[in-house]
Design a protein around this ligand. Structure first.
Ligand SMILES: Nc1ncnc2c1ncn2[C@@H]1O[C@H](COP(=O)(O)OP(=O)(O)O)[C@@H](O)[C@H]1O
Ligand SMILES: [Mg+2]
Length: 615
């Protein structure tokens, strides 16, 4: 593995995490950036190959190329003129037909001008927010004319050198135009239609083929064979900087998440070269997805892959740019190994070490993985590190992260106060936590009944769920009186993290079966003994389900077993609950053994006498 050296243009936090991944494979990574850059600090093995300088300077890029076999990027604001020249001098990695610059310099040239990037995507019918270039010589007049077409509000954006919102200026009305032009002075601009998104999504894509799709390409399936997608995640931005990443995206149906993955793959397939790409998207109120922007490198929205996926985005980058390793990336590598992950960015605050308050608090949260980037003293708003928490449900990771988010919010609120200290920040965080307490765990079991008269039957089961400390919800959804409500409830169950549904009904007991018809969550039917037929009607209505729609049915009125069966289902993914079930079995066995011992020792007459006293 150690023979081919990867040269990386840029050595910030993305480069640092790339080096971490490479070091496990004993792959050398030569870094071009300033002395002591984050990626260099942890990379002694290639120290004789690093270049001190700038990825935007031709001579420095040339020097890095001389020390490396393959070149790749951790930032897109690089000098592509020199990359073009280098590629003309030596196109391939020695002894191969593999381009030595991955992804291609043409890809980076297209992407680094965001307006050109959008025009490129339009040629491939990839939807983006409508945008129009601003004629710099006509300034405000030009923006006014564009506004007639795009309407207010719109986003004035810098075409180049834009990141973390430092290139965006919202224009709410004509009155904002002058300020926008001034704020983005000297930069090539374009104006973009305001995207009324409900949430922002992002998908990391690995492109494994060197070629790019052609605009008139007949092969519509090509993107499938040339790309792999990580899950669709939800990104939350604050001040136009990524704050939180929820993986997978919350409350977005699986079909929509898959649509986002496919859109991202189609978009990435249009770019030449192999690599890892971050695709940012808007999910609009009408359910449409549009691409916001694409990064030709690992991305903040993919940090979570380090802890949460089979292979991290950084390992993917290291492997996919190499001729000998690209083909080792196979389907399945991008999947999550846990049900849920949440990433929180740590930004600099008022003081050089304000961000460390968050880090220290995170160290006491079991499972919180802290990544510090080694950027030296913090500056307000600068990305200093991040925290990832993975777990068995989104509710679990959200609850663990909650106090840390309050602390991050406090650091931000104190950021511009010259009087801020560690004490005032911690006090502000405590006040925020008091105002927004950590939410209770989301229910994992739903208990539904056709009528409130079923509640008496359900009581022992509900008590058991409480005793087991399994978060549950209980409600009435009648198959006959509120059929639509019942169906909506069933359809939403999986998405909200419900792992088992207990459905109790009596008489013509249609509730469990109808619920099972619209959900993938296991349904446990509990027959309730109604006014006639001793509950046999309920039992048969529930147990006699047609092939294809299973309902697990417990005996008549036995909500205890319904609760214990739900616990067994939950226990397959939650060790604590499984341990409870095992202890419960053990307890029952011990009770029985004790009884048998007493019976054997004292004889049956004695035993019966004692038992009847006890009654
Ligand atoms: N057209 C738009 N409409 C509404 N919000 C936008 C629009 N473009 C960008 N934003 C917001 O600003 C954030 C940053 O913008 P983006 O274009 O991704 O630039 P960068 O991430 O390079 O700073 C986005 O994630 C989104 O929250
Ligand atoms: Mg962005």
């Amino acid at each position: 593995m150690e023979d081919l050296v990867i040269g990386v243009l840029g050595g910030g936090q993305l480069g640092r995490m790339l080096v971490e991944a490479a070091s496990r494979l004993n792959i050398q990574v030569a870094v071009l950036d300033a002395e002591g850059a984050p990626a260099k600090q942890i990379n002694l093995v290639a120290s004789d190959k690093h270049i001190t300088g700038s990825f935007a300077k031709a001579a420095d890029v040339e020097a890095l190329a001389a020390n490396s076999d393959v070149l790749t990027y951790e930032i897109e604001h690089v000098d592509t003129e020199i990359l073009e020249k280098l590629s003309a001098q030596q196109q391939y990695v020695k002894g191969t037909k593999w381009n030595r610059i991955q992804p291609s310099w043409q890809t980076v040239r297209t992407i680094q001008d965001k307006f050109t990037q959008k025009q490129h995507l339009a040629r491939f019918s990839i939807a983006t927010a409508r945008s129009i270039a601003v004629d710099a010589s006509r300034g405000a007049e030009a923006v006014k004319e564009i506004a007639e077409q795009l309407h207010y509000p719109l986003m004035l954006k810098s075409r180049t050198q834009a990141y973390d919102g430092r290139g965006n200026f919202p224009i709410k009305s004509a009155g904002d135009i002058e300020a926008g032009i001034e704020a983005l002075a000297g930069r090539p601009l374009y104006a973009e239609q305001w995207a009324n998104f409900t949430i922002e999504l992002a998908v990391m894509v690995i492109k494994t083929a060197q070629e790019a799709a052609k605009p008139d390409g007949a092969d519509d399936e090509w993107w499938k064979s040339s790309t792999l997608a990580y899950p669709a995640v939800e990104t939350v931005h604050e001040d136009s900087i990524c704050k939180l990443v929820y993986a997978p995206a919350r409350q977005v149906p699986r079909a929509k998440r898959e649509e986002a993955q496919d859109l991202a793959r189609r978009a990435v397939a249009t770019f030449a070269g192999t690599g890892v790409f971050g695709v940012e998207m808007f999910l609009l109120a009408d359910g449409t997805l549009v691409v916001n922007e694409i990064a030709p490198r690992p991305h903040n929205s993919g940090h979570y892959t380090i802890e949460a996926c089979q292979m991290s985005q950084y390992e993917a980058q290291v492997r996919v740019v190499r001729p000998d390793l690209a083909s080792t990336i196979v389907n399945g590598s991008t999947e999550m190994v846990v049900p849920a992950a949440l990433m929180l960015n740590i930004l600099g605050g008022a003081q050089a070490d304000s961000h460390l308050l968050v880090v220290k608090a995170a160290l006491s949260v079991p499972g919180a993985k802290v990544h510090l980037y080694g950027k030296g003293p913090g500056r307000p708003g600068r990305k200093m590190g991040h925290i990832t928490i993975v777990g068995s449900s989104m509710s679990e990771v959200e609850r663990k992260m909650h106090p840390l988010i309050q602390l991050v919010d406090a650091v931000r609120a104190e950021r511009s106060k010259p009087t801020a200290t560690a004490e005032t920040t911690l006090a502000a965080a405590a006040a925020l936590q008091l105002k927004n307490p950590t939410p209770p765990p989301a229910p994992v079991v739903a208990v539904v009944m056709g009528s409130d008269t079923d509640l008496a039957t359900l009581k022992p089961g509900l008590q058991f769920l409480e005793e087991m400390e399994i978060p549950f919800l209980v409600t009435i959804t009648s198959a006959h009186r509120t059929p639509q409500l019942m169906l909506d409830f069933g359809k939403a169950a999986a998405g909200r993290g419900i792992k088992a549904i207990i459905a109790a009904a009596g008489g013509a007991a249609h509730l469990p079966g109808m619920m099972a018809a619209v959900t993938s969550v296991p349904v446990i039917g509990c027959p309730v003994k109604a006014s006639s037929l001793d509950g046999l009607d309920s039992l048969l209505s529930i147990v006699q389900m047609p092939r294809g729609i299973p309902v697990a049915t417990v005996s008549i009125g036995n909500s205890t077993n319904a609760a214990l069966l739900a616990a067994r289902i939950v226990g397959t993914s939650e060790a604590r609950v499984q341990a409870w079930v095992e202890r419960h079995l053990q307890r029952m066995a011990e009770e029985n053994l004790a009884k048998a011992a007493r019976l054997e020792a004292g004889g049956w007459r004695d035993y019966q006498r004692v038992e009847s006293w006890n009654k």
